[in-house]
Each structure stands twice: as structure tokens, then as C-alpha cells.
Write a protein that binds this ligand. Structure first.
Ligand SMILES: [Zn+2]
Length: 484
């Protein structure tokens, strides 16, 4: 009888760790129907064989006996309790059907290290995603279980690995053990790799990672450092501050003076909860003034040392639409007027891209043109200056506005479905979205309005806004709007 045969049913002999004496070998029956109970069962034939060959021979003997007289190997009733496997079933009670022993598709001696390498090589994903897997495999998985055979992986072995990683100091993590988030990621890698060798005619009949206990999502969230957010009152004070014109002799109340250069931009972040890249990609013709909505179709992203304006959505995907309060629309109208002035002053130095927050004339180099996308890194740098001036926490970046809006919306019991939709969380309450899809527009408008009210958006705005109103941007999607 062959001693190294794998059959895809986990009936390869496995080493049983023993303390104080030599390890032994154990072997289980294949999944089979017990003729006495009609249930699919599987049990240990023995766990105390001195050699792998002895264990394999015991399995061969069991198979012969089973073929001759299935009842003779039945463990029920009495004897050792047979264990039904989860998800077993299919064969009619009383009918004997020993699962067919077929040739395996994978080498039974495959090690975890080899499996991981193969999995990563075949993984379809962006280069950056794959690049994130490699060090985790090399540093945290392979040193521990890389040489172990895939067929010998158990949930307990994986639990042991997770516990070790979470408790032992790790030199690559500044001497601290790994956090739950990293360990969960490692678990996901192992699970995905094992999944590729699970199934009929594969090495494993079930994936041991499915029975392991990695850190829970809750533990992961609890371990994340709290990043600062502002309260609604703090936001209100912030807005009042950025909309205060400098008041010096050359100041016209901020409409053309550079003191209010970024006021509309910061307000857009605070009131919309959009990402840095998204607000920089807002376009005039994607604003629906009548409906109070903005279609997000473009983003300004950093690429290496440069940046570019690119489509936000992939081909065939629907553009995301967010709803904003009329007060923010007023701010955008003001921004439009400001931009008209810029264009007039710059003449052919302005190359229009239709952007709301385009590169303006401030400190424009001789050879450069305005009107195109802004450098996101420069926006962040200006934000840091602004932040310092207003004594906001150092950890509060441009993205802090997004965090602040979502947190405060939820704290104020706004509809989580709308909050999630407006934030465009892909993992948001999808089912609820489908069910309440019809009411999305109304609810979203209510959310925009309620949250704008809480931060006093209607009260802010440049002093010149009302007096200079009357000019409204035109565009294919904009409709005549009553002046403010
Ligand atoms: Zn000024």
C-alpha cells in the first residue's frame, strides 16, 4: 500500500505532537456514510502509530474492511462517538458511499511557504496591494509556519501563530507586538491562500482558517488611535474665522483679496465631507444648482512628485452624487464670482479646465498658467499654516474634516444610511440603500441641511456675498437660481 498517498479527504497520516516522548502519527477515516446511522462521519482510526507507514497501513486496513463489510467499522452506537462534520450530507440514509479516492491536483507535500508564494504570484490585484502582502508573508508567516505542510495546518496551529504575533515583541514593529489589524490581515492572507487548495480533489476538504480565531473587527477598531475631530461649535468658530477679511486698506472684503483665497475651499471640505482629491476635482458643470447636488466625477491625485486631474470613476461605473445645503451653494456662487475676477485679470494666462477650485493667480510663476488643477501637496501645506494659526490639533489634516463631519452627523443621530451614502462608503448599509433608494434624494437633502445648520453654515460667508450676488454661473446642468 502506498504510504504517501493523499486523497483530498485529509486522510494523509499526520504527525501528532507529544511532550516527553517521541511524536506519533495519526490517521483519520475518509468522510463516509455510516451504514448504521446513515450519517456522514469521519473519525480517528488511531493517533498513536510510531511511524507514518504504520499509520498509512492502518488506513489501508480500514479501507479494506470498509469495502468488505461497512458495518464492521461502524462506531455507532457505542464505541467511540462518531463526529458528524458540519455541512455533511447528500447521500441517502443507509446508502453506502465511500467518497471516491481520486488523484490529487496538488502535491501533498506542499508547504505553507510554497503555497503562499504561489498564491501571491497568481494574485490578481494592483501592484501596491501585492507589495503589501509580501513583507507580511516574509516576516510574520513564513518564519513560523512556512515549512509546515499544508495538509497539517489546523485551526489551533493558526491560533497559536496569531497569539504569538500579538504578544511577542516584533523587531520590525519597533519592538512592539503586532496590533490586531495586522494580525487580522495576516489571517486573511493565510485564509485566502488555503482556500485555493480546498475542495474536491484538492489538498484540504475544508479550510482550517475558517475555524481559527483571528482578532475581531471590534478589537481592530478598539485598537485604532483616536484621531481628532472638531465639535460642531468648533467648526462654527473655524468657519467664522476663515471668512473674516483681513480689513487692511487694500482689502475689498475678500472677494478679490488673497486673504479669503481659501475660505471657500476650507468650507467645502468642512461642509461636504469630501476627500481632498475630490473637492479639488469639483467642476462647475457638474453642479446642479437647482437640486443642490454635486456630481463627483474627477479627482486631483498625487502621482510620485507630480499630480494630475483624472476621472474618479472607472469605465461603466456610475458617478457619485452628493447633496449639499443651499448655504454651501451660496459659498460656491461667491467662489464663482471670485474666479471670474481672476480670469479677467489674468487674460490668456488662464487656461480654463472648468474647475471650481482651480490654480489661481496668487504667486503665479512667470511661465505658469492658472485655471488648471491645484497641487494637492500645496493645498495641504496651506492647510497646515491655517491650522497652526487657529491652534487646531497637529493631527487634524484636511481629511480631519471628513472624519469630523461623519462623526458629528452620526452623533447627532442623522440617518446612518444617508451618512454612509454621502461619505460614499462602499461597505455602507447596502441593503438599506436598496430598500430606501427612492427616498435617497429627500433624505440626503435633509441631512445636508441639518448638518449645515448645526455648523452655522448659513451664518458664515464673506461680507460681500449678499451685495455682490446677482451673477450666477451658467452651465449645461445649471438652472436659473433666485439671487441670494
Ligand atoms: Zn483682505
Amino acid at each position: 500500500m502506498a504510504t504517501r498517498r493523499g486523497n483530498g479527504l485529509g486522510t494523509t497520516p499526520v504527525r501528532v505532537k507529544r511532550s516527553g516522548r517521541r511524536d506519533t502519527w495519526g490517521v483519520r477515516t475518509p468522510l463516509h456514510v455510516d451504514p448504521k446511522t446513515g450519517e456522514q462521519v469521519r473519525y480517528w482510526i488511531g493517533r498513536d502509530y510510531e511511524t507514518k507507514t504504520a499509520a498509512a497501513e492502518a488506513l489501508a486496513a480500514w479501507l479494506t474492511k470498509y469495502k468488505e463489510d461497512p458495518e464492521s467499522v461502524s462506531r455507532a452506537p457505542g464505541g467511540r462517538a462518531a463526529t458528524a462534520l458540519p455541512g455533511a450530507g447528500g447521500a441517502a440514509p443507509g446508502k453506502v458511499s465511500l467518497l471516491k479516492v481520486e488523484k490529487l491536483l496538488t502535491d501533498p507535500d506542499l508547504t505553507m511557504g510554497e503555497l503562499l508564494d504561489r498564491w501571491l504570484k497568481r494574485h490578481r490585484g494592483e501592484g501596491t496591494t501585492k507589495a503589501g502582502y509580501e513583507p507580511k508573508m516574509r516576516l510574520h508567516i513564513k518564519p513560523y509556519i512556512g515549512s509546515g505542510k499544508v495538509v497539517e495546518m489546523t485551526d489551533e496551529l493558526l491560533n497559536g501563530l496569531y497569539q504569538r504575533l500579538e504578544s511577542e515583541p516584533c523587531p520590525t514593529n519597533r519592538g512592539k507586538p503586532l496590533g490586531p489589524k495586522s494580525v487580522l490581515h495576516i489571517h486573511n492572507i493565510i485564509s485566502a491562500a488555503l482556500e485555493t487548495v480546498t475542495g474536491p480533489r484538492r489538498l484540504l476538504s475544508f479550510n482550517p482558517a475558517h475555524y481559527a480565531h483571528p482578532p475581531t473587527e471590534r478589537q481592530v477598531t478598539a485598537a485604532e488611535p483616536d484621531k481628532p475631530t472638531l465639535t460642531d461649535d468648533e467648526t462654527k468658530r473655524f468657519l467664522a474665522d476663515v471668512w473674516t477679511p483681513c480689513g487692511n486698506s487694500r482689502c475689498d472684503g475678500g472677494l478679490t483679496h488673497h486673504c479669503l483665497r481659501d475660505a471657500a475651499l476650507w468650507t467645502a471640505y468642512a461642509a461636504s465631507g469630501c476627500r481632498r482629491s475630490e473637492v479639488l476635482g469639483w467642476k462647475w458643470d457638474l453642479i446642479n444648482w437647482d437640486e443642490g447636488s454635486i456630481t463627483l466625477a474627477w479627482v486631483v491625485v498625487e502621482e510620485g512628485k507630480t499630480f494630475r486631474l483624472r476621472k474618479l470613476t472607472k469605465d461603466g461605473e456610475k458617478d457619485a452624487v452628493i447633496y449639499v445645503d443651499p448655504a454651501l451653494m451660496d459659498v460656491l456662487r461667491w467662489q464663482w464670482e471670485r474666479q471670474q475676477h481672476e480670469k479677467q485679470v489674468l487674460g490668456n494666462l488662464w487656461v480654463d479646465h472648468g474647475l471650481v477650485f482651480a490654480r489661481d493667480s496668487f504667486k503665479l510663476f512667470k511661465e505658469s498658467r492658472a485655471g488648471g488643477p491645484q497641487d494637492p501637496e500645496k493645498v495641504s501645506a496651506r492647510w497646515r499654516t491655517q491650522r497652526g494659526r487657529l491652534h487646531l490639533p497637529d493631527e487634524f489634516g484636511v481629511s480631519g474634516w471628513r472624519r469630523t463631519k461623519i462623526t458629528n452627523d452620526l452623533e447627532n443621530k442623522e440617518n446612518p444610511v444617508e451618512v454612509s451614502a454621502n461619505a460614499r462608503h462602499r461597505s455602507g448599509p447596502g441593503f438599506t440603500m436598496k430598500k430606501y433608494g427612492q427616498r435617497r434624494s429627500d433624505n440626503a437633502k435633509r441631512l445636508a441641511s441639518s448638518s449645515a445648520h448645526r455648523i452655522g453654515l448659513g451664518e458664515v460667508g464673506p461680507t460681500t456675498r449678499r451685495s455682490s450676488a446677482g451673477v450666477v454661473p451658467s452651465g449645461p446642468r445649471s438652472l436659473p437660481i433666485p439671487t441670494a
